[in-house]
Design a protein. Structure first.
Length: 172
């Protein structure tokens, strides 16, 4: 019984650790992009000079997208669209970035569409860099299945071994 609990806790720890690693790594490109673009804009560069040339359908595409907001939180420019329109950022995301310099969030602008977004504050506004989490979430799901399968096999072997030892202990 104790061994089963220990195996369960270790498998849970392995899953949660790997989950956090996968999810945090999904932010890395957006951190670099939002910080660099905010730096360019803070030096007076034109917003259009930092915008990617292609429009990104954030529900389907894995390409990163960029949205620049003014100090009032209004969109100045974006190449990220959801169903053909600018997606609306949840209340408080820009305010947190204003207070802390940056905000890293998992944003779900629509059911089934999850975005790894990083918002960086600069003098004059905010820069959001985002990317669809589809691939990351598929990796996390596959990891979960592997950890569960491993846990299940270990539990079968553990309890099978205990069951086989019970008759042995009684006879000796």
């Amino acid at each position: 019984m104790i061994l089963g609990l220990i195996v369960t806790l270790l498998c849970g720890l392995i899953y949660m650790t790997a989950f956090q690693i996968y999810r945090n790594l999904a932010n890395d490109p957006q951190i670099q992009i939002s910080e660099d673009m905010a730096g360019f804009l803070a030096t007076g560069k034109d917003v259009n000079s930092v915008m990617p040339p292609m429009e990104a359908d954030i529900a389907k595409s894995l390409v990163w997208f960029l949205t620049v907001y003014n100090d009032s939180g209004e969109i100045v420019a974006t190449n990220g669209k959801l169903d053909g329109v600018n997606p609306v950022l949840p209340q408080g995301v820009l305010e947190h970035a204003k207070q802390n310099g940056q905000n890293r969030v998992t944003w779900e602008p629509k059911d089934g569409v999850r975005i790894a977004a990083v918002v960086t504050k600069y003098e004059g506004g905010y820069v959001l860099a985002g990317r669809n989490l589809r691939e990351t979430e598929e990796r996390i799901e596959a990891l979960g299945k592997k950890v569960f399968a491993t846990w299940f096999v270990i539990m079968i072997l553990t309890f099978g071994g205990v069951w086989l030892l019970i008759p042995y202990k009684k006879s000796h």
